[in-house]
Write a protein that binds this ligand. Sequence first.
Ligand code: OOB
Length: 546
Amino acid sequence: MSKSYLPGFTPWPEKVAERYRAAGYWTGETFGAMLRARAQEHPERPALVCGTRRWTYRELDQRSDQLAAGFARLGISARDRVVVQLPNVAEFFAVCFALFRLGAVPVFALPAHRRAEISYFCEFAEATAYVIADSDGGFDYRQLARQVSAEVPTLKHVIVAGEAQEFCALDSLYDSPQTFPEPRPDDVAFLQLSGGSTGLPKLIPRTPDDYLYSIRASADICGLTPDSVYLCALPVAHNFTLSSPGTLGVLYAGGCVVMARRASPDEAFPLIEAERVTLTALVPPLAMVWLDAAASGHGSGKHDLSSLQLLQVGGAKFTTEVAQRVRPVLGCALQQVFGMAEGLVNYTRHDDPEQLIVSTQGRPISADDEVRVVDDEDCDVAPGEVGHLLTRGPYTIRGYYRAEEHNARAFTADGFYRTGDLVSQLPSGHLVVEGRAKDQINRGGDKVAADEVENHLLAHPNVHDVALVAMPDAYLGERSCAFVIPRGAVPRTLELTYFLRERGIAHYKIPDRIEFVDHFPKTGVGKVNKRVLRERIAQQLKNAAT
Ligand code: OOB
């Protein structure tokens, strides 16, 4: 076992770590050991269902061992970073557990990411390998891999699930199992992505100790058992789907994970009926689509959803009015989930009064999650008042990966993470998300960092200045609007969106609307006043609707 940590990781202070171990939160278990234990307990139980394929725990365990050996043959070794960009397929788990067993470090990209994001992740993490599916949703990831390989010299291997063409086929890597040294449970096991608010997305280091604690506790809060059947409908690599309690929580509990390629009712409802799914997780816009489909009672709505016991909704604010429809329409319980890839996750509990379930975003997992609600000077606000949410605890990171300068701003001197969320807290401990102080647009759960998109737009020769703000949207909650001060000829909206596509950014980051203006309103200190811009576009939309 290595004595040092992965360079660029900020560990918890030793005294704090000791406390978390003594409290039984951090158990020293690794992901590889967790899967091994389940495979020994119930080898023949189904672990994964994906299309016509069904993998038992034994098979998932074996495949992970075999792939670990295949990855090692390629030269991938402990601590190497590997960007993993897979859709909702069973291979995701074989790849992840293989990398965990090797001690290599997956970097979880989303299927929506494109050249700009993937090249950046590969470069920043100095990734040696990139794992993709051949194509999904009409997009050919091999074409993306060609562009990324040309740009990133450290990248030695592109590994493809499916038709590999000139790349390495994942299926060719199922070698005879070998034994690898157990990785440290308190070192980085993988890197998650932050939604970001400043510049490029930050990488979030998570350890087996902290992550498995949040998974165990989440599985407990959600009442998971070996009979739980989880529909993985949101992107598999997202923190919500992975760990709250998500797929890993269900595997921890010995249950079964059913993969849906899409979260639409026409794909998900037949799977719920056929596999007797007991729980799933959605972002608010999808929950609305499901409610409408189920309420209509025809088309996809005619499926038997009676096995569904729990619908989790999170990632963005779920309005009380829609939340109230879940139980009557879907006939299952609702759980609101307010979490973040950096750590802290809040759940409403099964035995909470219905009023709290529909109107709050839950309370923290752990008695040792420290939550502070503060004003702009970091002073605690009066109980019940709105303020900035700060948090630290047994599964909330103490720093982003290799981001010393940013960390000094994103964390307080005593290690609290500044979430950028504005919340109020009820006497019961439940949090209500009231807004956001970070410069981000939450597009139905997809997070858009304003200045990342602004920087791309500023690269256009006819853009003098730009400010990206959120505008209200009945379906997504928020969409993005770019206010642009043109330089010279006023560019056409289509030209700018095409320009952004060409720069290779994820589709959800492309502004939904562009407004051309002569100047920006300014704050007292001369900064662009985004509040005024948000109000202006909201008013404009309102006027247009009446
Ligand atoms: C989840 O994680 P991220 O990292 O994509 O985004 C975190 C941010 C939070 O800081 C907050 O701004 C927003 O997403 N958010 C919510 C919310 N859940 C997340 N805002 C309002 N209401 C909610 N229920 O989104 C995530 C991670 C784990 C579990 C669930 C969600």
